[in-house]
Design a protein around this ligand. Structure first.
Ligand code: HEM
Length: 330
């Protein structure tokens, strides 16, 4: 199947997901903000550019995913059994600014969004970023952070709304001030952050979080080195890298233990937790990366098969917010 067909199929899937969520009205009742409020807050923080509300600058690759035999022990999800899938994977910079320089500190964390296309053409997506955690515990707090960013432009009086937010939200401060600056999209790890529930064929369940671990090894640069890089250094580097050979990541499920918070993405689970190798991603080809193709490439964290369920309430909101941005940018 060619890339165009896959992308059209993904738009169909996104509409189905959006539709079923709207009908189910499965909004997280603990949160005041609606999915639309969050998308508007992203626009307030980063501007409205007829692009993704966030992670607007990106690049798409094609490749394969080969599941590892241990994956089927923890989930019955179709793409994690024995058959390989095709994948489309989009690396991206943070913010909704489509031409953000790669060496702007606000371009961190980087994003990794992946669509698995199974032999029967059904798809499932994972959307992750290059930091093991999220700045806030809830969607409401994330909206507050975005609105604080929006109110803290160069002309804002000091202390700015963002200064005040960070003074009372140490986790958000750590998130914004301790990002690794990578030398390549291929030399940093990516984390799913929100928790899912995996159920296997015997009915046994585990809570998990995804981790994409680079096979090229982590390679970071200093802020001073980053300043000397050009505005598209990551995009130029990854094009050169893929021309020389495949880009590979191992996909793991980090498994929660009793007491680990399932519903709070701002707190990473300890590194000592068991990680189950789900499989290997091998990117082999840059796609055409036309504007049209990027517009039509649609991911949704709620696009999940049987054997996987959303466990963190933030996912319910995300699953409804992404289609709003998709509709705006088509
Ligand atoms: C309440 C929390 C969140 C909200 C409201 C939100 C909202 C959005 C929206 C509206 C988009 C644009 C969708 C599109 O136009 O296709 C998006 C894209 C994205 N988000 Fe989130 N997001 C949230 C949390 C997260 C988290 C926790 C991660 C990472 C673990 C993440 C990573 C990404 C990435 C990588 C993309 C770009 C996907 C692509 O390449 O198409 N987001 N997000």
């Amino acid at each position: 199947m060619n890339v165009k067909k896959i992308i059209n199929l993904s738009i169909m899937t996104a509409s189905i997901i959006a539709g079923s969520y709207l009908h189910a009205n499965a909004q997280d009742s603990t949160q005041k903000s609606s999915p639309g409020d969050l998308v508007n807050a992203l626009h307030s923080a980063f501007g409205k550019h007829e692009a993704r509300a966030v992670h607007a600058k990106g690049i798409i690759f094609e490749g394969t995913f080969v599941p590892n035999k241990d994956a089927a022990k923890i989930t019955k999800a179709a793409h994690l059994q024995s058959q390989s899938s095709k994948v489309l994977l989009r690396f991206s910079d943070f913010t909704g600014i489509p031409n953000i320089p790669d060496n702007n500190p606000a371009a961190n964390p980087r994003g990794l969004g992946i669509k698995f296309i199974m032999p029967d053409n059904t798809t499932t997506d994972i959307i992750s970023h290059s930091f093991n955690g999220f700045p806030t515990a809830t969607s409401d707090e994330f909206r507050e952070l975005l609105m604080a960013i929006a109110g803290s432009g160069p002309d804002a009086a000091k202390p700015t709304a963002l200064d005040k937010f960070l003074a009372t939200h140490p986790i958000a401060k750590t998130f914004l001030t301790t990002q690794h600056i990578t030398s390549s999209f291929a030399t940093i790890n990516y984390y799913g952050v929100n928790s899912f529930k995996f159920t296997n064929k015997k009915g046994a369940s585990h809570f998990i979080r995804y981790q994409f671990i680079t096979e090229a090894g982590e390679k970071y640069i200093t802020p001073e080195e980053s300043e000397k890089e050009n505005a598209d250094y990551l995009f130029a580097e990854i094009k050169k890298r893929i021309a020389q050979g495949p880009v590979k990541f191992k996909l793991y499920a980090q498994v929660a233990e009793d007491g680990d918070k399932i519903e709070d993405p701002s707190i990473a689970w300890p590194d000592s937790r068991t990680r189950v190798l789900l499989g290997e991603i091998m990117l082999t080809k840059l796609t055409d990366n036309t504007t049209e193709e990027d517009k039509k490439f649609v991911l949704n964290p709620g696009n999940i098969p049987g054997g996987i369920e959303m466990a963190d309430p933030m996912l319910e909101l995300r699953a409804k917010a992404y289609p709003i941005s998709v509709k705006e940018r088509q």
